[in-house]
Design a protein around this ligand. Structure first.
Ligand SMILES: Nc1nc2c(ncn2[C@@H]2O[C@H](COP(=O)(O)OP(=O)(O)O)[C@@H](O)[C@H]2O)c(=O)[nH]1
Ligand SMILES: [Mg+2]
Length: 431
């Protein structure tokens, strides 16, 4: 299975780290060197490795110590989070039109035909969709036959025409398939990217206007696939990757690199030759599988959550005494956005409730990171005593946070409002 060797090497590395009360720079460097070798062996590209290691080094050096948690466990969590980031967002097929059109592209033998049949079956069985498969690989006569056999097996209609051009087949299939929910187009591949192939695919897509264009990437192939993927992406608006033959190889790092270098999400993973052997791709589960340390990751998450709650409760106590700083506000907002008001106090707080409502909307994440950036651009003095923030300080803060001064003002107003409500609230409680 892909990543198996990587998993083993990383586990050795982490094992070597445990029991060290505090991680020294030397411990961290040693571990990073081992991780580097493990990633190289797994066929991950240098660019990805360097980014990953830089990030881990920085994070590990600045790691906040959480009580009850071994630093090596925190380290695992850091690696885990970065891996998830590199593996990208979870992403599924999306069709807004009827019929939705999907085009499968990739090198010869990368698993296009097998994958498209697997996807057809998924859509039919799991989503009850009326699916049409289109045989637009006319480079080899056997290719059409292969798709027909697969179509038969899953009871999905296959549109095929012999002695014609791929573009014509697609045109006719689109005409024919108006009443279908989804039209899946299988295309021809080559051993290498070549101009004639790309031209053919571009022409097909000019007719099909596919909403989904998936590139199948053989997990067993080496780093060459990065160039292949880039070549395809230059000419076609790829919407997803399918990592095929994940069952076969113990390296698998190439797919990590492809996703990172092209920024195209992985949508499916092929895990066998059988028609059912396809899985949706979940970055968090994959990271956890790569590390083989799911338990430790959730352990650290729980401890961090607890630490957040403690910080939030301290902030709440200060509020009750009428001391409410911008730092406190930040802690509270983070809590509200993460898990909703955590204590009865917060739930009853009119200001916080209002904020919780605002935080619900779509750009909550950017809003939150802006708020964080603004507050983090302030000096300690300014955070404790926002009254001193006049025009020139506002400009500096806005610049530091990469926002406008209007946004700084908005935040300060929000703060004043929250503070006022807090005072009213404490008075109501008679403190
Ligand atoms: N083990 C394994 N084999 C696969 C997988 N996907 C495809 N294959 C095999 O790879 C070979 C080429 O697949 P095919 O779909 O014909 O590739 P195409 O040329 O891109 O259409 C076939 O023997 C498939 O059975 C997979 O996920 N796992
Ligand atoms: Mg094929």
């Amino acid at each position: 299975m892909a990543f198996d060797n990587l998993t083993n090497r990383l586990q050795d590395t982490f094992r070597n780290m445990t029991g060290k009360g505090k991680l020294s720079e030397k411990n961290i460097s040693d571990a990073l060197a081992e991780i580097r070798v493990a990633l190289l062996e797994a066929d991950v590209s240098l660019e990805v490795i360097n980014d990953l290691l830089d990030h881990i080094r920085k994070e590990a050096m600045g790691m906040k110590v959480v009580r009850e948690i071994d630093p090596s466990q925190m380290f695992v969590k850091v690696v885990n989070d970065k891996l998830i980031e590199i593996l990208g967002e979870e992403s599924s097929l999306e069709f807004s039109k009827k019929p939705g059109v999907l085009m499968m592209v990739g090198l010869q033998g990368s698993g296009k035909t097998t994958t498209i049949a697997k996807i057809a079956r998924e859509l039919k069985v799991k989503e009850d969709k009326k699916v049409l498969l289109v045989a637009a690989d006319l480079a080899r006569p056997a290719a059409v036959e292969q798709l027909k056999i697969l179509g038969d097996r899953i009871d999905v209609e296959v549109f095929a025409e012999l002695n014609t051009k791929p573009t014509d087949v697609v045109r006719h299939a689109l005409d024919y398939g108006k009443d279908f929910d989804v039209i899946l187009i299988d295309t021809a591949g080559r051993l290498q990217i070549d101009e004639a192939l790309m031209q053919e695919l571009v022409e097909i897509n000019n007719i099909a206007h596919a909403e989904e264009i998936l590139l199948s990437v053989d997990a067993m192939s080496g780093q060459d696939v990065i160039h292949v993927a880039r070549g395809f992406k230059e000419l076609l608006p790829l919407t997803g990757l399918v990592a095929t033959k994940f069952d076969g190889d113990s390296r698998g790092g190439a797919i990590l690199s492809v996703r990172y270098m092209t920024q195209v999400p992985v949508k499916y993973v092929g895990v066998g030759e059988g028609i059912e052997e396809i899985e949706r791709f979940y970055p968090d589960r994959t990271a956890s599988r790569i590390l083989g340390m799911g338990d430790i990751v959730s352990l650290v998450e729980k401890a961090q959550e607890k630490m957040d709650i403690e910080a939030s409760e301290k902030a709440a106590e200060r509020m009750m005494r009428g001391e409410f700083t911008l730092d406190d506000m930040l802690v509270q907002l983070q809590q509200v956005s993460k898990m909703g008001p955590i204590s009865g106090l917060l739930k009853m707080m009119p200001g916080a409730n209002q904020l919780a409502g605002q935080i619900d909307d779509a750009d909550a994440k950017t809003g939150m990171s802006k708020t964080e950036a603004i507050i983090q651009s302030m000096t300690k003095e300014e955070r404790d005593n926002p009254n001193i923030i006049r025009a020139s300080r506002k400009n500096r803060i806005a610049k530091g946070a990469g926002v406008s001064t209007t946004e700084v003002n908005r935040l300060l107003n929000q703060y004043e409002k929250m503070k006022k409500q807090m005072r009213m609230f404490t008075r109501m409680l008679g403190r």
